[in-house]
Ligand binder design. Structure first.
Ligand code: ADP
Length: 468
């Protein structure tokens, strides 16, 4: 399916008159955590692609596993438990690889294929991630996995920028040659293969820069800088962090940074985003303008009232239900409508700050908060975001940020060899727009409130834990 999609895309571009010969470099991104199992002999097939045939015809017998495991597969809990045991616990595994064991992470998926489909595993010549698989189609040989996407496997040792022997051994014997050495994300892997030159008119000098995962590519597309935090306010809320000194924890994911391998990035997902905001909006007047007025009419810190609004089981923290506390930390059953709105929005942003700081994030002078997603069109919500983080908030258009990020990375790959940094390579891109600056009182109010919020979150977590 993936190869046919690429065949179709390239064929349509050609029929639209796209001039492939002008492309100097290309890169790309693939959904994180998916894997492709190439069958023995695939390297030879890739080297000798017939330009009279589609890629899908050329490669139809090149896979040992027909249905690629992807991130939506959560069937390998036993393999995750075994990996955490082998590492000496979930936290130790997180400290080595950046994440505790997750069912969707590729190492655990590989382990399951090894255990349950030994014949197919034996026939395997190489295992790619979706990203390095796609890069292989452009290169005409197996492309290495890049360090950033490689961190989504539970196999890579962050401190070594190489596979962890311990994790490889716990996953499947003889795995290292099947994965080959990972490479920095800005590596130029080589020129496009002759198949693409002959069939589509690419230049022989067009460089293929390592492909990466969709989340790292999105960070590149948003042009995050050291110290920045990007907050996507969509159906779910997602936070991207640029980390210099990560502290991998039991929650969240730390990856090697796709635009600077000396640094890291982290990803935090919060399930109760816009849908919770919409519910509270509907219960407090029914319109975004009422909701926004409630934020303007209430003071920073909400007179000490704090709320947690987990309509569905939250990821961070793993708690459910609505929990409200007054200024004396007493549980209360309701707030006045305006207080409720501010408690929701402050609570959502305090939670993002708390969990970002747990992973090693610190707000420093110059920190920018980049806001995207549907709710970033609301200036009053952005004002609370700015106050809670005590940093200016900028809005960015992140639609297609993974594609844009891939184009930026291709450009950077060309320039990186002569020492140009990513931010210099992409400095002509459009600048984010300043949307809010923090209130002078914000630091004092929210530094204090964050401490209380952390204690109350622990309490909520204990109280909402499912009963045995
Ligand atoms: P998705 O995650 O589906 O891509 P979007 O980023 O498009 O979501 O965001 C959609 C959400 O934006 C809607 O669910 C809606 O609640 C929210 N939204 C749209 N306009 C506003 C607004 N003015 N204030 C607050 N939230 C808004």
């Amino acid at each position: 399916m993936w190869i046919k999609a690429l065949d179709k895309l390239l064929t349509r571009m050609k029929s639209c008159g796209f001039d492939f010969s002008r492309v100097k470099a290309l890169s790309g991104s693939g959904q994180q955590h998916g894997s492709v199992f190439w069958r023995k002999g695939a390297a030879q097939t890739l080297r000798s692609l017939d330009p009279d045939l589609d890629l899908s015809q050329n490669l139809q017998d090149s896979f040992s596993v027909q249905d690629s495991p992807v991130w939506m597969d959560s069937s390998c809990r036993p393999q995750c438990d075994a990996l955490e045991r082998a590492a000496g616990g979930a936290l130790t595994l997180a400290q080595i690889t950046g994440s505790r064991a997750y069912e969707r992470f590729t190492g655990n998926q590989i382990c399951k294929v090894f255990q349950t489909r030994p014949e197919e595993f034996k026939l395997t010549e190489r295992i790619s991630l979706v990203s390095s698989f796609a890069a292989s189609l452009f290169l005409g040989r197996f492309a290495p996995i890049d360090l950033s996407d490689g961190c989504g496997m539970n196999l890579l040792d962050l401190s070594q920028s190489d596979w962890s022997e311990l994790c490889l051994n716990a996953c499947a014997p003889g795995l290292r040659p099947l994965l080959a050495a990972p490479v920095p994300s800005s590596s130029v892997l080589g020129p496009v293969c002759s198949y693409l030159v002959t069939r589509f008119g690419f230049s022989e000098r067009c460089s293929v820069v390592a492909f990466t995962g969709d989340n790292p590519a999105s960070l590149a597309g948003m042009r995050l800088k050291p110290g920045d935090i990007a907050v996507s306010l969509g159906t779910s809320d997602t936070v991207f962090l640029w980390l210099q000194f990560p502290r991998p924890a039991l929650e969240g994911h730390v990856f090697i940074n796709p635009v600077d391998p000396q640094h890291h990035m982290a990803l935090l997902c919060f399930k109760n985003g816009s849908l919770a905001r919409e519910r509270v909006r509907d219960e407090s007047g029914g319109s975004w303008s009422h909701f926004s007025s409630a934020l303007t009419d209430t003071p920073l810190g909400n007179h000490g009232n704090i709320g947690f609004y987990f309509d569905v089981l939250e990821i961070l923290p793993a708690a459910v239900g609505v929990h409200r506390f007054d200024a004396h930390n007493n549980k209360v059953s309701s707030f006045p409508a305006h207080t409720e709105v501010r408690a929701l929005v402050e609570g959502q942003f305090l939670s993002k700050r708390l969990h970002a700081e747990k992973l090693g994030y610190t707000i420093v002078p110059g920190t920018r908060v980049l806001a995207t997603g549907g709710a970033s069109s609301n200036p009053q919500i952005l004002q609370v975001l700015s106050d809670v983080f005590n940093a200016p908030v900028y809005t960015i258009d992140s639609s297609n940020s993974t594609c844009l990020g891939s184009a930026y990375r291709a450009l950077h790959g060309l320039l990186a060899e002569s020492g140009v940094s990513f931010s210099d390579a992409v400095k002509k891109g459009s600048e984010p727009k300043l949307a809010a600056t923090p209130d002078p009182e914000a630091k004092q109010v929210y530094d204090e409130m964050l401490k209380r919020f952390a204690q109350l979150e622990d309490r909520v977590l204990l109280e909402s834990r499912p009963q045995d």
